[in-house]
Design a protein around this ligand. Structure first.
Ligand code: ADP
Ligand code: ADP
Length: 239
């Protein structure tokens, strides 16, 4: 079953010198339910631009985006807000970058409070469950990101992203800032959560071997376009 589909996604920017730069050109993308789509390519090839379109932070200049077969390219207002709940992101060191002054419990409960009417008791219960899911001890509830290790901060970022039970988790260089051993543990955690929740993932990273180890399908981007699209293991054999 196809959960997310992009057809001919194109995005242009004006450069400082007044020229037009095509950051993404005619990108096709297919994400199947419960699978991981890997995206690799050197910096500047258009990965972030593509993700901004897929997560509906920006609309494409050309092309369409479908969610369970429904055209969501031009959603606005409340409809857009509702749909964006289903697609959540984890960034490189999200917690330090986006919610440095929130306690762990606040960072995880904020999306729940913003989107759902829940009693304090129910919020507390869900926060506990999310911390357990990412294997952060309950005692971390009162801590701030700056007092935690890089791996712990990523666990927090993952817990927050999963708070609203999204269908798609987009990981943008989510493990790139971590030591190799910590990176492996976070990858393992993501794989477990994916299995458990039938989560679909887009895993973006500049490390080919890592993307391969995560992905069912890989897209290689170069200068705004997709230059290769391969099953995960095929890429590994080639490399
Ligand atoms: P960054 O600047 O983001 O660190 P790099 O230039 O180091 O990215 O590239 C990351 C990896 O992706 C390298 O191993 C590179 O060989 C690979 N890569 C980038 N573009 C392509 C491509 N078009 N085809 C195959 N491999 C690519
Ligand atoms: P990546 O994530 O693979 O590093 P990006 O999507 O960030 O690539 O960038 C692709 C190209 O688009 C780059 O040449 C970048 O400079 C350009 N670009 C990205 N965002 C903007 C923007 N808001 N305005 C102008 N140019 C942009």
């Amino acid at each position: 079953e196809i959960i997310l589909e992009g057809r001919g996604l194109t995005r242009r920017y004006k450069t400082d010198t007044g020229q037009t730069l095509t950051a993404c050109r005619g990108v096709d993308l297919t994400l199947h339910k419960g699978k991981t789509l890997g995206i690799v390519g050197e910096s500047g090839c258009g990965k972030s631009t593509l993700l901004r379109m897929v997560t509906q932070l920006e609309q494409p200049d050309e092309g369409r985006l479908f969610y369970f077969g429904k055209d969501i390219t031009s959603l606005k207002g409340e409809e857009l807000r509702k749909n964006r709940r289903h697609i959540q992101m984890v960034f490189q060191d999200s917690s330090a970058a986006f919610f440095p002054r929130m306690k762990v419990s606040e960072a995880v409960s904020e999306p729940l409070r913003n989107f759902k009417r829940l009693s304090q008791r129910e919020v507390d219960r869900q926060v506990s469950k999310l911390l357990e899911l990412v294997e952060l001890p309950e005692s971390f509830s009162e801590r701030y990101p700056h007092s935690m290790s890089g791996g712990q901060r990523q666990r927090l970022g993952i817990a927050r992203a999963l708070a609203l039970n999204p269908d798609v988790l987009v990981c943008d260089e989510a493990t790139s800032a971590l030591d190799v051993s910590v990176q492996q543990r976070i990858i393992q955690l993501l794989a477990e959560i994916q299995r458990e929740r039938k989560l679909s993932m887009i895993f973006v990273c500049h490390d080919l071997a890592l993307v391969q180890s995560m992905s069912h399908q890989i897209m290689v981007m170069y200068l705004g376009g997709v230059v290769e699209s391969l099953p995960g293991n095929q890429m590994w054999e080639r490399a």
